[in-house]
Design a protein around this ligand. Structure first.
Ligand SMILES: [Ca+2]
Length: 482
């Protein structure tokens, strides 16, 4: 009898210990904005006048990635393949084989290997709000709770506040039923993608108006952001995508690249981005009130960057740093505060990384790499070379490759009428100044024509071909032979 009591006491004690030892699984709040250059944020450009206190605080409390990129696009709607890569962890040329996949209606076997499905299977409660369209419907509907709508207006109901409201309601529902399972919330915004209809107060703060008349210029205003240092009124050569919407028909900009148009549009972009920050702040406050903040990984990123006048571009169909790079900030359990890393990550690394953090096995279909070793401070980067594509216009299109400080961009478009090569040293020329920017530093320009860098150029050309081969790029450029 005594033995039995001892045994019972021992086993109950053991069970108790087991309960205590069982770690609480972390939550995930994945924040995805639409069309934001990292350089708009003070986290990446301390001179920016854009105020985003909540995003800045995330940077201070978490880790900032300085080399985060999307792999590119094979169609004009860069959002679409970018969101496919986020959802699936697959590389660009291994996505479902249709340029029209945002219109997918039949189920695809890959749908079950996407973020929502993977986290559902692992016992997470999943919820999503985001814009509609230019996305991956088969993956989006895997989330258990979905509230998608495109909200690009200047009021609470028609703008970013609506997306936050969906998340706040969802969190409130969890609270009221005392939900114990961890959550994965995909908190997407429709802004700062055009049309950039900011709220009246924030538009006023950044001196901008919702300019609607293509035959006049918006008013100049000292409160507007200054032109970016690499702004150009005209692209030095044609980008290769005739009739491209983003370069010709964005309301408020159209084909204009003059100072008044661009500063007004930057003001509109900043107004929309500060509103996003306000909305994010509400959700973070709610998580804190629920006692969930410290056990939640918060990931902040964009589907790609955007030009708005830089290099004479307005849209996202180019491979300069302002557009190829994305902001990427992550805060959460075990991540040391205030650290920065290069990372050399793609958005397609998100799924395996979040699986890794949650202790879930990533699907076999994933090609991205977990960057948990970078988050732990064990590594500076998960790869050495990065490869980028824009092939949404005339083919083969644009290609970029980056290794260390060196970056090559090539343009092979318009049936051979445009064949251009650019070589940049990003340490010396982070803005990718061209001869048209009239800078005086020897390296503050495109170095492709400078014989001094012929060896570096040849090395980067070889690296690009290697990346195109590795990534099953179906095209080859005019000067590539295998
Ligand atoms: Ca986008």
């Amino acid at each position: 009898m005594i033995l039995l009591i001892i045994l019972l006491a021992f086993s109950s004690c053991k069970n108790k210990e087991k309960v205590i030892e069982e770690p609480k699984r972390p939550n995930f709040l994945f924040v995805l904005v639409d069309d934001q250059s990292p350089f708009d944020l003070q986290t990446y450009d301390p001179n920016s006048i854009l105020e985003t206190p909540n995003i800045s605080k995330l940077s201070e409390e978490g880790m900032v990635f300085d080399q985060a990129r999307h792999m590119g696009s094979m169609n004009g709607a860069v959002c679409t393949p970018s969101r496919h890569m986020i959802m699936t962890g697959r590389t660009l040329w291994h996505l479902p084989p249709s340029a029209e996949f945002q219109k997918q209606t039949d189920p695809h076997e890959l749908d079950d290997q996407t973020i929502g499905a993977v986290f559902n299977r692992a016992g997470y409660k999943t919820m999503r709000t985001c814009k509609k369209g230019n996305s991956y419907p088969g993956a989006n509907k895997q989330f258990t709770v979905v509230h998608d709508a495109t909200k690009r207006g200047g009021t609470a109901e028609s703008g970013s506040a609506w997306h936050a409201e969906q998340v706040l309601d969802y969190l409130q529902d969890r609270d009221s039923i005392k939900e114990k399972d961890p959550f994965f919330i995909y908190f997407g915004f429709s802004h700062p993608h055009d049309t950039r209809n900011g709220t009246p107060e924030l538009l006023a703060k950044y001196g901008a108006v919702n300019h609607k008349d293509p035959n006049s210029l918006p008013p100049a205003n000292d409160k507007q952001p200054q032109l970016q240092p690499n702004h150009l009124e005209k692209q030095p050569f044609f980008h290769g995508h005739p009739d491209l919407r983003d370069e010709e028909r964005v309301s408020g900009v159209w084909k204009n690249r003059d100072e008044r148009t661009i500063r007004n549009e930057l003001g509109r972009e900043y107004a929309c981005s500060e509103n996003i920050d306000n909305q994010l702040g509400k959700v973070l406050k709610k998580l804190e009130a629920m006692g969930e903040l410290d056990n939640t990984y918060i990931i902040y990123t964009s589907d790609h960057g955007i030009a708005i006048g830089r290099h004479g571009f307005q849209g996202k169909q180019n491979l300069y740093e302002h557009t190829w790079r994305v902001p990427f900030i992550i805060k959460g359990p075990g991540i040391e505060a205030g650290k920065r890393a290069k990372g050399n990550i793609y958005l397609l690394d998100i799924l395996p990384t979040l699986c890794d953090l949650a202790g879930i096995e990533a699907p076999k279909t994933v090609e991205g790499k977990s960057f948990v070793p970078v988050l732990k401070g064990e590594k500076e980067a998960v790869r050495d070379v990065m490869y980028g594509v824009y092939a949404g216009g005339t083919k083969p299109g644009m290609r970029a490759v980056k290794k260390g400080d060196w970056k090559l961009i090539k343009y092979d478009v318009m049936d051979g009428a445009v064949r251009e090569t650019q070589l940049f040293n990003l340490a010396e020329n982070p803005n990718e100044f061209l001869p048209e920017h009239h800078k005086t530093g020897e390296m503050q320009t495109d170095l492709a024509e400078n014989p001094k860098y012929a060896d570096k150029l040849a090395e980067m050309e070889a690296l690009l071909l290697e990346q195109m081969q590795e990534n099953d790029d179906p095209y080859r450029l005019w000067n590539q032979t295998e």
